[in-house]
Design a protein around this ligand. Sequence first.
Ligand code: NAG
Ligand code: NAG
Length: 363
Amino acid sequence: MFTLLPLVEWLLQVATTIFNKRRAPRLTYHLPNSLQYWPWARAINPHLDEFHDESILWLAQFNAFDPDALASFKKGRFTLLTALGYPESSAFTFRSVCDLMNLFFAIDELTDDEPLDIVIQRCDATMDAILHPDIPRPNGENALGEMARQFWKRASDGEPMSAGVVQRFQTTWRQNLDSVIAQAERRGTHYICKPDEYIAARRDNIGTLPCFVWIEQCLGLDLPDAVMQHPLIKTLHENVSDMVFMTNDTCSYRKEVLANDCDYNMVTVIITHLDTDLPGAIQWISDYQDRSVQSFMRARQAIMERTEGTSQWSDEHHKQVLRYIDGLAVFVRGHDEWYFESRRYFGEKGEEVKRTRKVVIEQ
Ligand SMILES: *[C@@H]1O[C@H](CO)[C@@H](O)[C@H](O)[C@H]1NC(C)=O
Ligand SMILES: *[C@@H]1O[C@H](CO)[C@@H](O)[C@H](O)[C@H]1NC(C)=O
């Protein structure tokens, strides 16, 4: 009798382990599919292969990154993001936007773990460089200043750029830097924003506003500020920025949970403040994104019908705005595709996740 006990205990243990393994729910969620009926299809810029290596080499020559960071730049294929987000452009402008994308990610990389005063210094250097691209950067400055200078010098000298594009890029670049600085101030506090707070902050720091200016440049548009400041354009911008950052957050949630770094994510924000679980939060985001799509389509319709104060625009401006809206819409589609094609988020499973929408968070 007694000699059997260890065996029985062992059997019981094995049975429990098997039972638990089968029962333990694998944490999964389903990505929203708000672009299911988005009328704009995926397109890709034909200049991608020509410039991918060149843009990476440009970034590497600053010797500002360790080999790991540089490898992740290559793997992430931010040039692919450029090609999907800006399928139509001259070869020259395509390279400019690749450099801009690399600059964004360089700023991310070189300000992420730095104290606030260094973040401010590095951000301000890029602004100064863009305002004064002909003045050499001071000795000993971090590479970001020179990177920004070279990007802007090449871009603004190479092909005609409307006064509106120059002015809007400079303004939105400053706004973007301010949001990088604000984020650095918040870092390390483990404070979980309220939904409204979070949406307002994220609209700024996802960096879409300076990206929108490059849609104008890629399409060769020349639009006055009076048109671009119209409330309907502002609506389109806000709704696109929301779609872009919410896609970013739902797609990167798995990675962030596994890295134990998901405090600054829409999913966490909703779970925390709206007292729901993971599927509930994803549903909330999915509903919000559906409303963003509706709002975008409604604003576009109003412009097409020349209502809500857009009837004063000249025929030429009206035509250009419609091309710009198509550019925004294609940007949304391309950005969405990138998560599945870049391997940065779902590795080799990108195609499968895109089809099934199912993401498994493996522990
Ligand atoms: C997604 O968001 C993260 C966190 O803010 C940011 O570092 C990254 O650059 C974003 N990626 C894209 C493609 O916008
Ligand atoms: C879309 O943009 C409008 C105007 O800025 C904004 O009020 C609204 O909250 C945005 N999002 C949705 C889901 O409508």
